[in-house]
Write a protein that binds this ligand. Structure first.
Ligand code: HDL
Ligand code: ZN
Length: 444
C-alpha cells in the first residue's frame, strides 16, 4: 500500500491549494467566543480613556499593564524572582504599572518572552499595529491611554475576528452582583452575552445557603424542600437578570456524580435545583471540571492548579438527564481522550475548548486532532478564557493557526481517497466549529 505523501505534481498542487483555502477560511471565519471573563465598559474599567473615568474595581480589564499582569504571568514571574527575594505581599502592594514593569523586565527583557503567555502579549501588540521590536513599554502605554474603551472593544473584536463575547457573570462575586442590582441594564451591550456562574452552589452549599438567605432566598444547609424551592427561585431570578444563555460552574477534580442514589449535598443541588431549572428554561449547563483552587493562596488568581477528574460522572449525568444539555471541558490533559469518547455516546454532551493550562500550542494541536478524529465536526474546539480584552487577539490568532493546521491534515487525508471537498463545504464546516455548533447547542 502506498503510504507516501502525494507524488504527482497535480496531487501536490491540489494539496497546497487545499491548505491555502483552509487557512484562508479559518482566518476569515468569525467566532462566537463561548467563555471569557470580559465585560462591556458599563461594568467599570480599570483603565479609563479620554471620555471615561477609570474605576479601580472595574471589571473590564484592558491595556498593556493588564496584559502584563495577567495572572498567568504573575505565576511565571515568581518563578524567576522568588518570594524569598520579593515577598508576595510586597508585589501585591505595588501599583499595577510597577507590577507590569517588574514582569516586563524579568520575563521579557532579562529572559526571552517565549512562554505562551509572554508570546501572547507580543502577538497582541503586533496585531494592534504596535511594534514589539521597539520594546517601548512607555510608548505602548501612551497608545492605550489615548483609546476609548468601547471603541477599543470594537477594534479588538474586529482584529480577533470575534463576532460575540460570552461573559462569565459570577453571581456570588459581590462586585459583580452589586453592579447588576444597581443597574439591570448593565449587561445590555449587544456585543456581549450573559452566562450565570454559580460555583459556590455546588462547591459549598452550606456557605451558599447562608448567602441566599441574606439575599432573600431562605435556605439551610440541610437542603430541605423549602431550601430547594428558594434555590430554584434564585437561579431563575438571576438567569432572567443576566439574560443567561447557559449556566456554568467550575468544579474540583474530586467532583463526582454517582447517580440517583448519590445523596451528597452537591449532587442533590445538581439533581434537585440546577438541572430541573435548566431543563425548564431549555438552557445548557457548562461543567468546567478539574480546578483545584488556591494551592498557593499568596499568588491570588494565579494560585489555582488542575487535577485529574472523573469522566464517568459526566457520563452518568448525560444518561440520567436526557432532557438537559451539557457543555463540558476538563482541565487535565489525561482526561481529554475519555471525554471525547464520552461525547460519542451522548448527543446532549458538547465538549469544548482547551481550557487554561491546556491552552498551549502543543496541547491544543493534540486535543483538536483527537477531537476531530473522534467527533468530526461536532465539537467546539476552542474558547479564549480571556480576562483582559486585548487577549482575544492573541488567543484567537494562535488558536486559528493551530485549528487550521489540523483541518488541513484532515481534509488532505480525505482527499487522498479521491474525495474532493469544495471551498463552500470548508466554509460550512469551519462556521460550525466557530459559531454554528455553539449556537445550535444553545437552542437545543
Ligand atoms: O474558572 C474559570 O473560568 C477559569 O477559566 C479561571 O478563571 C482561570 O483562573 C482562568 O483564568 N483560566 O484561564
Ligand atoms: Zn474561565
Amino acid at each position: 500500500m502506498d503510504v507516501s505523501t502525494p507524488t504527482t505534481p497535480g496531487a501536490e498542487r491540489r494539496a497546497s491549494e487545499l491548505a491555502a483555502t483552509v487557512r484562508r477560511v479559518v482566518g476569515e471565519q468569525s467566532v462566537w467566543d463561548m467563555h471569557t471573563h470580559l465585560y462591556p465598559p458599563t461594568f467599570g474599567t480599570t483603565l479609563g480613556g479620554p471620555k471615561v473615568k477609570s474605576d479601580p474595581n472595574g471589571l473590564l480589564l484592558w491595556g498593556v499593564d493588564e496584559l502584563l499582569t495577567y495572572h498567568y504571568l504573575v505565576a511565571e514571574v515568581f518563578r524567576v524572582v522568588p518570594a524569598t527575594e520579593l515577598p508576595y505581599a510586597d508585589f501585591w502592594k505595588m501599583g499595577k504599572q510597577a507590577q507590569a514593569d517588574h514582569i516586563w523586565k524579568h520575563l521579557f527583557l532579562d529572559r526571552s518572552p517565549i512562554s505562551e503567555a509572554c508570546r501572547g502579549v507580543l502577538t497582541t501588540l503586533k496585531n494592534l499595529g504596535l511594534d514589539p521590536s521597539d520594546r517601548d513599554l512607555k510608548g505602548y502605554r501612551n497608545w492605550f491611554a489615548e483609546q476609548d474603551p468601547s471603541d477599543h472593544i470594537d477594534r479588538v473584536m474586529e482584529t480577533a475576528g470575534v463576532s460575540r463575547i460570552t461573559m462569565t457573570n459570577a453571581v456570588f462575586d459581590d462586585n459583580e452582583r452589586e453592579r447588576w442590582l444597581a443597574d439591570p441594564k448593565v449587561g445590555a451591550d449587544p456585543r456581549f452575552a450573559g452566562v450565570l456562574r454559580f460555583d459556590p452552589l455546588l462547591r459549598d452549599w452550606a456557605g451558599a445557603a447562608k448567602l441566599l438567605t441574606e439575599w432573600g432566598y431562605d435556605a439551610n444547609a440541610d437542603l430541605d424542600a423549602s431550601s430547594v424551592e428558594s434555590a430554584q427561585r434564585f437561579v431563575r431570578d438571576w438567569i432572567d437578570r443576566v439574560g443567561a444563555i447557559y449556566c456554568a460552574v467550575s468544579l474540583p477534580p474530586e467532583f463526582r456524580y454517582g447517580g440517583a442514589d448519590d445523596n451528597s449535598t452537591g449532587s442533590r443541588v445538581l439533581r434537585e435545583v440546577v438541572l430541573p431549572v435548566l431543563e425548564e428554561r431549555g438552557l445548557p449547563f457548562a461543567m468546567m471540571i478539574g480546578s483545584r483552587m488556591q494551592v498557593n493562596p499568596s499568588l491570588g488568581d494565579a494560585g489555582d492548579m488542575g487535577g485529574l477528574s472523573d469522566v464517568v460522572s459526566v457520563v452518568t449525568l448525560c444518561r440520567e438527564f436526557p432532557g438537559n444539555r451539557f457543555f463540558c471541558t476538563m482541565l487535565a490533559r489525561e482526561n481529554q481522550h475519555e471525554l471525547a469518547v464520552a461525547a460519542r455516546k451522548f448527543g446532549n454532551l458538547m465538549v469544548f475548548g482547551c481550557w487554561w493550562f491546556l491552552n498551549n500550542p502543543s496541547l491544543v494541536d493534540e486535543i483538536t486532532r483527537m477531537r476531530i478524529e473522534l467527533l468530526g465536526l461536532s465539537c467546539i474546539p476552542q474558547h479564549s478564557d480571556a480576562r483582559v480584552l486585548d487577549q482575544l487577539i492573541y488567543k484567537w490568532d494562535h488558536s486559528r493557526e493551530l485549528i487550521a493546521t489540523v483541518l488541513v491534515d484532515k481534509y488532505q487525508d480525505a482527499e487522498k481517497t479521491g474525495w474532493r471537498v469544495t471551498d463552500d463545504e470548508i466554509r460550512r464546516d469551519v462556521k460550525l466549529l466557530f459559531e454554528g455548533n455553539f449556537a445550535s447547542f444553545l437552542k437545543g
